[in-house]
Design a protein around this ligand. Structure first.
Ligand SMILES: O=P(O)(O)O[C@H]1O[C@H](CO)[C@@H](O)[C@H]1O
Ligand SMILES: O=c1cc[nH]c(=O)[nH]1
Length: 289
């Protein structure tokens, strides 16, 4: 029995933050940071069954090409992902009436569509990048028992050594995407990369406005790093926790980003919404092919 304080349900039976009931959630889930992007995506749906919003967590469940999907906004950061992934898994795999873990587990397909900053000069603004691996600078996964067995320890060690990682910073963790989802996006429209999830947009991604950095050369070193011929391609703020918690809970996860800024060439596309719409349509088509 899972106590009321551990799994908080609202008086209508919905889960605490997401305000969803089990029947509101489709097996195909699309996560986005920006709540306005939920409307952009559901604008492509043929039919909408359900809509709700609490705080930054807005959900629309509907149909695209005869496939049921739930699109939901996570807001920014891996702390929100801890809430979203745990509540999605609870909706799928905990009996809310009995407050017990179900014997037969449901596995969700979780695809994040986000914006991102490029870390290689050959990755132009407006590229679409699929994350083969995600590197967490956020430290969130380390709160969960046995997380190491879901991570790529050899990559982590090589990265720490190459960068001269400071022990005062959270230790980076590396988690792979779902192979099944990754293979669907092996087409010329998408580049494949390795994505860092940072616990901030400014200092944690090497941006300097008024405050200096603990590791001022880190982005330049990251640009040089390679491991088994894999280069680190981009920065965003959620994938590491999505990949880590999905793997630990038995779900499939993949992140696909639109590059809206290149940190090496210093270019940016502030008017990225038309390109984002193109990415969304491509992703929906691949997922329902
Ligand atoms: O465009 P979204 O999905 O919000 O993703 C990126 O944009 C936000 C920062 O501006 C972070 O959430 C980052 O991961
Ligand atoms: O540079 C960027 C652009 C979008 N999102 C990020 O987290 N970083």
């Amino acid at each position: 029995m899972i106590e009321a304080s551990e799994l908080i349900l609202n008086s209508d039976g919905s889960v605490f933050h997401l305000h969803l009931k089990p029947e509101n959630l489709a097996d195909q889930v699309i996560l986005v940071g920006d709540q306005a992007r939920v409307e952009t995506i559901s604008g492509f749906f043929d039919k909408i069954d359900f809509t709700t919003q609490n705080r930054e967590f807005k959900t629309v469940t509907g149909w695209y090409n005869n496939k049921r999907m739930s699109v939901l906004s996570t807001g920014i950061g891996t702390d929100n992902i801890d809430i979203v992934l745990n509540e999605l898994d609870a909706l799928a795999n905990i009996d809310f009436e009995k407050r017990e873990i179900k014997t037969d587990k449901r596995s969700l397909n979780i695809v994040r569509i986000g914006t991102s900053g490029g870390l290689q000069s050959n990755l132009p603004v407006n590229s679409f990048v699929v994350s083969r691996k995600s590197i967490g600078f956020d430290g969130m996964l380390a709160f969960y028992a046995n997380h190491e067995s879901y991570c790529d320890g050899a990559f982590e060690k090589a990265f720490r050594q190459f960068t001269g990682w400071k022990s005062s910073l959270p230790s980076p963790y590396v988690v792979d995407a779902s192979e099944v989802l990754l293979s669907k996006f092996n087409t010329p429209d998408f580049k494949t990369g390795v994505t860092i999830s940072a616990p901030g947009f400014y200092g944690p991604q090497g941006r300097v406005l008024r405050l200096g950095l603990a590791m001022p050369e880190l982005n330049r070193i990251i640009e040089q790093f390679s491991y088994n011929n894999l280069k680190i391609t981009n920065f965003e703020m959620e994938s590491s926790a999505i990949y880590g918690l999905s793997k630990m809970l038995g779900h499939n996860a993949l992140t696909i980003c639109l590059i809206i800024a290149n940190r090496v060439t210093r270019e940016a596309n502030e008017n990225y919404r038309a390109e984002m719409k193109k990415l969304i349509k491509k992703v929906l088509d691949v997922l329902t092919k």
